[in-house]
Design a protein around this ligand. Structure first.
Ligand code: C2E
Ligand code: MG
Ligand code: MG
Ligand code: MG
Length: 277
């Protein structure tokens, strides 16, 4: 398909690019609007121990429903929210939702940990650890019941500041996981100096198991975790074969559609009640 080009002040803009920019701005405007009107939802995906498939926690995942009943993927709108400076407020809202859900679960007899994704811009705000502390106090949540998931990109720059913040969080008693581990291939050299608890093996290294070469990477992450005294959790496990492969390697925990998909908060309570029966 031929692309039309417009000539503007000596720069060539592709019409498709203008469309893309307009599309992004439209999404950002709508997101700001819907967030302000409390239209976003937080869903929860169970995390299980590999040995006995007991529930150990769940991951909080943002959901943005549209009028027509469909959802926009967070993989699409989170990066836009980061660029637009919206993620700090949205991320804080997710943490508060997770705290409230944790208290509901606790009252229902499930004293489990909720993992919350943290974006780089949130983590970099001065006083982030203090904000987390205040939030836990506000809802009376025990620090051990909240896990913060940061990606390797958090660790990429300003290592010293990042380590300080991680140490403050550790002192506070919250859990910290490195999400999508292995996709940023940044932190292998200093992963041992980070005060963290868990490595999350990205789905990219699990999708093709047990047949493709990524098994070598999954194995590497699991043994690295074991050597450094970190828990390993596999995300995106969809088949028995993948589960067996990972369990045999000594992976501690699992999260995937095979066991449970992300679900709205009331369904999670039902899921837990069913598990206990
Ligand atoms: P993530 O943190 O790596 O979350 C795991 C993603 O894998 C989720 O996608 C989950 O639904 C998906 N998943 C889990 N098990 C399976 C499986 O067996 N098969 C497949 N195909 N997928 C599986 P989701 O919910 O679409 O979220 C995508 C990403 O958006 C997240 O990846 C995270 O980076 C970001 N995100 C979601 N919620 C938040 C949030 O509250 N804050 C921030 N900063 N980012 C978020
Ligand atoms: Mg995550
Ligand atoms: Mg992940
Ligand atoms: Mg991921």
């Amino acid at each position: 398909q031929a692309k039309k080009n417009k000539h503007k002040e000596g720069v060539y803009y592709c019409v498709d690019m203008e469309d893309a920019i307009a599309w992004r701005l439209g999404i950002i405007r709508q997101l700001r609007h819907d967030f302000a009107r409390n239209k976003l939802e937080v869903w929860y995906q169970p995390q299980l121990a590999f040995n006995d498939l007991s529930l150990i926690g769940c991951e909080a995942l943002l959901r943005w429903p549209l009028e027509n009943g469909t959802y926009i993927s967070p993989a699409v709108f989170i990066p836009l929210a980061e660029d637009a400076g919206l993620i700090v407020d949205i991320g804080q809202w997710v943490l508060e939702q997770a705290c409230q859900q944790q208290k509901r679960l606790e009252s229902a007899g499930a004293d489990i940990c909720i993992a919350v994704n943290v974006s780089v811009p949130q983590f970099k705000v001065k006083g982030y650890a203090q904000t987390v502390k205040n939030t836990l106090l506000k809802y009376g949540v025990q620090p051990k019941n909240i896990e913060l998931e940061v990606t390797e990109s958090v660790v990429m720059d300003e290592l010293e500041t990042v380590i300080n913040t991680l140490q403050e969080l550790k002192k506070l008693g919250v859990e910290v996981a490195i999400d999508d581990f292995g996709t940023g291939f940044s932190s292998l050299s200093y992963i041992q100096s980070l005060p963290i608890d868990r490595l999350k093996i990205d789905r990219a290294f699990i999708k093709g198991l047990p047949n493709d070469d990524t098994g070598a990477i999954a194995a590497l992450v699991i043994s690295l975790g074991a050597k450094l005294g970190l828990k390993t959790i596999a995300e995106g496990v969809e088949t028995q074969e993948q589960a067996k492969f990972l369990k045999d390697l000594g992976c501690d925990e699992v999260q995937g559609f095979m066991y449970a998909k992300p679900m709205p908060e009331h369904e999670l309570i039902e899921f837990i009640n069913k598990q206990n029966n």
